[in-house]
Design a protein around this ligand. Structure first.
Ligand SMILES: [Zn+2]
Length: 73
């Protein structure tokens, strides 16, 4: 997956939980320049490791791939 602009580009992310004691998910908020949450994704605990693995995979492709980010195009 290659993401292209235009998108809202978050200034930072906030990682936490919600107030629901029954919720077993990590909440990731996209934070704007004024420290407001503009969107969130909710990641079930059992999916966290897979997402981290995906992040590492993309990171490694970028780091190892130079200016082409490891892509053929
Ligand atoms: Zn929750």
């Amino acid at each position: 997956m290659t993401l292209r602009h235009p998108f809202f580009n978050a200034h930072s992310i906030g990682i936490g939980t919600c107030a629901d004691p029954a919720c077993r998910a990590v909440h990731v908020h996209l934070i704007d320049e004024d420290d407001r949450s503009r969107a969130q994704c909710v990641i079930a605990c059992e999916n966290v490791e897979a997402i981290i693995a995906d992040l590492r995979s993309v990171r490694d492709r970028i780091v190892m791939g130079g200016e082409k980010k490891g892509l053929d195009n």
